[in-house]
Design a protein around this ligand. Structure first.
Ligand code: ASP
Ligand code: MG
Length: 423
């Protein structure tokens, strides 16, 4: 199989009927290409399904009313898109019935397991609706169930990929789909275990899904269609002078996503870099424009890039026995951090303490800290704090991003400076 292009459309690009019509017009621009389209749940559906799940677990709301609303949202869009929406509305109805049935089972002890079984319906609904619409609009397509293609272990909400089985399943599925003519359409974000149980790959994981498909298909490129003109050096909501980066080397993009640039899911780049598959980020609103490309290249312009993360927690750990923060203490602490999958966004040690800045992952973080307390560490918190990272910093860039904010911790390396400040 050669020359496949993988396209990923996120929630904003399929949020309503006009958005889905626009997706269709983008696909029309590629009549001669072999295309695999990976699609997220519509708009804010994943957030909505998280509410359904919460209500299912704690009875805080009537789940059946919420599911009615979910159904209505999708049926409304189908009715706007299709003169004769009957079969698509039926297909939506079938999924909604499955979801309702799932919600009559009593909640399990494993919240993350229930999460995946329920929240995954967002992608099933969106792709079912869009597949039906595209067929009607004269873009024949094969709908593939990503739960039977992307094989993961049973780490619910963060499924780990079995690359070998995934490669075989994806190649078989996509090849069969493409030989039918037309395009192949599937879900981002979701996968399945050997026991056919649904898993998800982490919030915003559809980018990663697109990279998985591209990697195992040796695709020629991946394009992420977004509501921004490309990869910017800063979040335009925070910096009104944000500019587009045209060409970004994989390593630079990896650094940016590591520090929390939210434009691309951090797991996306590795599978692409391994096979030297370029990743284009393009605007779905202006598909004629160039966008950005992450590939094997040199950074087109070396200017400061800013990454600001809110709601961080700054934790300082002190050995209760006043021992030095040496390798023994560090290795104990890191073992606990690894066990609870706590990601370190920045860290610094002194003689008697270690400070780490991390995302507030709630329960997992609490359990981890409880374990460290038991192992004789005193734990101090600062929260919420903000983490500001500047790549290719200059004095002016620091002044612009940090200004008079109250500084809690700072770290400088050759290319990167980071500040933890009061939020
Ligand atoms: N729908 C999922 C989410 O909103 C996955 C994605 O959009 O990438 O997190
Ligand atoms: Mg989404």
């Amino acid at each position: 199989m050669m020359n496949i292009k993988v396209f990923k459309f996120g929630g904003a690009s399929v949020k309503d009927a006009p958005a889905i019509e626009n997706l269709q017009s983008i696909l029309r621009r590629y009549p001669d290409d072999k295309i695999v389209v990976v699609i997220s749940a519509m708009g804010k559906t994943t957030n909505f399904l998280e509410k359904v799940l919460a209500a299912y677990h704690d009875n805080s709301a009537d789940v059946s009313v919420l599911v009615d609303e979910l159904q209505r949202q999708h049926v409304d869009v189908a009715e706007q898109l299709l003169p004769d929406p009957g079969s698509v509305v039926d297909a939506i109805g079938k999924l909604i019935t499955q979801l309702r049935e799932r919600l009559t089972v009593s909640p399990s002890q494993n919240y993350d397991f229930d999460y995946d079984q329920i929240v995954s319906f967002g992608e099933l609904l969106s792709t079912t609706l869009i597949s039906g619409y595209l067929n009607h609009a004269g873009i024949p397509n094969t709908w593939l169930d990503a739960r039977r293609l992307v094989r993961t272990d049973s780490t619910y909400r963060e499924g780990r990929i079995d690359w070998e089985i995934t490669a075989r399943q994806v190649r078989e599925g996509v090849e069969a789909g493409l030989t039918q003519g037309g395009i192949v359409l599937t879900q981002g974000f979701i996968g399945g275990t050997a026991e056919n149980l649904t898993t998800t790959l982490g919030r915003e994981g559809s980018d990663f899904s697109a990279a998985i498909f591209a990697h195992v298909l040796d695709a020629e490129s991946v394009t992420i269609w977004k509501d921004v003109p490309g990869l910017l050096n800063a979040d335009p909501k925070r910096f009104d002078d944000a500019v587009k980066l045209e060409r970004i080397p994989y390593e630079e993009a990896l650094e940016l996503t590591f520090y929390g640039a939210s434009i691309i899911h951090p797991k996306t780049l590795k599978p692409l870099q391994n096979k030297q598959i370029p990743l284009y980020v393009k605007s779905f609103a202006s598909p004629d424009n160039e966008g950005s490309v992450i590939t094997n290249c040199r950074l087109s312009t070396v200017i400061p890039s800013y990454i600001v993360k809110d709601n961080q927690v700054l934790i300082t750990l002190f050995p209760k026995d006043f021992s030095f923060m040496g390798v023994d203490n560090l290795s104990n602490i890191f073992a606990s951090l690894a066990k609870y999958r706590i990601k370190i966004n920045m860290m610094q040690n002194s003689a008697l303490s270690l400070s780490i800045c991390t995302d507030n992952v709630g329960d997992r973080l609490k359990k981890c800290m409880a374990e460290l307390r038991k192992n004789n560490y005193k734990v101090k918190y600062n929260a919420p704090v903000q983490l500001i990272t500047i790549r290719h910093y200059t004095p002016e860039a620091i002044e612009k991003a940090v200004g008079t904010k109250k500084l809690l911790m700072r770290q400088t390396s050759r290319a990167t400076v980071q500040f933890v400040v009061e939020q």
